[in-house]
Design a protein around this ligand. Structure first.
Ligand SMILES: NC(=O)c1ccc[n+]([C@@H]2O[C@H](COP(=O)([O-])OP(=O)(O)OC[C@H]3O[C@@H](n4cnc5c(N)ncnc54)[C@H](O)[C@@H]3O)[C@@H](O)[C@H]2O)c1
Length: 393
């Protein structure tokens, strides 16, 4: 039943505009009917502004709201894409679920784990379709890594993301009117982003879970703080993150993030070790170095080329690319239309492990690198202070 699912988008900012592009395209393909936008800042709803990102956006017939609650109460939508800053949620996801509206939640779902649990409970109680915006799960090459590992034991995953502190002015929330950073670059601000490990590292954390088909059991983290005299200009997020995850089936995951100011260098290193091989991303190829002969160890050492097997050709765009966001949106809408939850690659509930892991990494760093069990972080009183929204926020 194409086009019968009515879609609303809450938060028409940097990420919301990506979703808007996908939703406009999907509507033209008769998958879903894109009918409503909500944003508290009127300029973000203006067709002139939106056309700068998506010329095919058609404002005719679009319902415009200044809050998520107005959209929820309107009765005009069947599913809502939530793409607002993660510290700005105030029970909207819960109220949408209670109204029977399906939920697409951008990552990080919230910065306060108590509220994530409340969102999960409302979603589960309502039984509505739901998913979280981890588009890397839709990267064909990453799916190939997962499929390749399906009959193997993953021993270790190493990911290094060399980047720089955010300095670009592409954010659309008027943070200066809400006690946030004057320059609107809230991703560099700890109170708004929850640190870069939460805001960005949650993607790598989630993809390690996807590759290994596993959950994080414990975390240990050490960060290097940005020197205080730079906070006014560069924000107060750490400059370096070193996070170690222990996975339930035994793998160790290492995630390193770098965020110096005034650097525009971007580098990455991803390796997966399984019991008999080393998986590398080499240019446009995903490669497994593995000796497949049944005479191990062979009398003559094989050359590296003899062990090199291309698992798949990378399609040439990265895990964060728009194609993957489009596939994520398409799949979620199709899962609603076909009433087949198995089409989605995560649920709100299953994604709690990714969120808890990065929030617990922050707690571990605060506790001097203490090893934190994720279930304890999620439910034990010992970590209650790390789960609650700070007073006054
Ligand atoms: N999956 C990804 O790759 C990806 C990429 C970028 C951002 N994100 C996530 O998307 C979310 C939004 O980030 P962004 O970069 O678009 O930020 P942004 O500041 O550019 O946009 C947020 C939008 O939400 C609106 N907004 C603010 N408070 C609101 C409220 N209470 N109700 C409704 N709308 C509200 C703002 O006006 C703004 O238009 C964040 O959770 C972020 O982490 C995900």
């Amino acid at each position: 039943m194409p086009n019968q699912v009515r879609v609303g988008l809450v938060g028409v900012g940097q990420r919301g505009l990506n979703h808007l592009q996908s939703l406009v395209k999907l509507q033209s393909e008769e998958i879903g009917s894109f009918v409503a936008l909500a944003d508290p800042f009127a300029e973000n709803l203006s067709p002139e502004k939106i056309h700068q990102w998506e010329p095919n956006y058609d404002e005719r017939g679009m319902h415009l709201f200044s809050s998520a609650d107005e959209m929820i109460q309107s009765g005009e939508v069947d599913v809502i894409w939530f793409a607002m800053p993660p510290n700005q949620h105030r029970g909207e996801i819960e109220r949408a679920a209670e109204a029977g509206i399906a939920v697409f939640a951008e990552k990080p779902q919230t910065l306060f784990f108590d509220e994530a649990l409340s969102q999960a409970e409302a979603i589960d109680a309502a039984g509505i379709p739901n998913t979280v915006g981890f588009q890397m799960r839709f990267h064909p090459a990453y799916k190939a890594i997962r499929d390749h590992l399906a009959d193997k034991w993953t021993a270790a995953m190493m990911m290094v993301a060399e980047g720089a502190v955010e300095g670009h002015g592409v954010k659309h929330t008027h943070t200066e009117e809400r006690g946030g950073p004057a320059n609107r670059i809230w991703t560099a601000n700890r109170a708004w982003s929850g640190t870069s490990m939460v805001e960005a590292g949650i993607h790598q954390t989630d993809i390690m879970r996807y590759w290994s088909d596993d959950d994080v059991e414990w975390v240990r983290a050490s960060y290097v703080e940005r020197p205080k005299h730079l906070w006014d200009i560069e924000g107060d997020n750490p400059i370096y993150y070193n996070v170690t995850y222990g996975f339930k089936k035994g793998a160790i995951g290492t995630l390193i993030f770098t965020k110096p100011g005034r650097s525009y260098y971007n580098g990455r290193f991803d390796t997966v070790i399984w019991e008999h091989g080393t998986i590398k991303i080499e240019g446009n190829s995903i490669v497994d170095y593995h000796y497949a002969g049944d005479d191990w160890s062979p009398r003559l050492r094989p050359s590296v080329d003899e062990t090199r097997k291309v698992i798949c050709e990378d399609p040439g765009f990265d895990g964060m690319a728009m194609q993957n966001t489009y596939q994520l949106a398409k799949t979620f809408l199709e899962s609603i239309i076909e009433e087949d939850e198995s089409l989605t690659r995560n649920t709100y509930r299953s994604s709690l492990n990714s969120l808890a892991s990065v929030l617990a990494a922050n707690a571990s760093n605060d506790l001097g690198g203490e090893k934190i069990n994720i279930d304890d972080f999620m439910y034990s009183d010992d970590f209650a202070r790390f789960r609650a929204r700070p007073a006054g926020m």
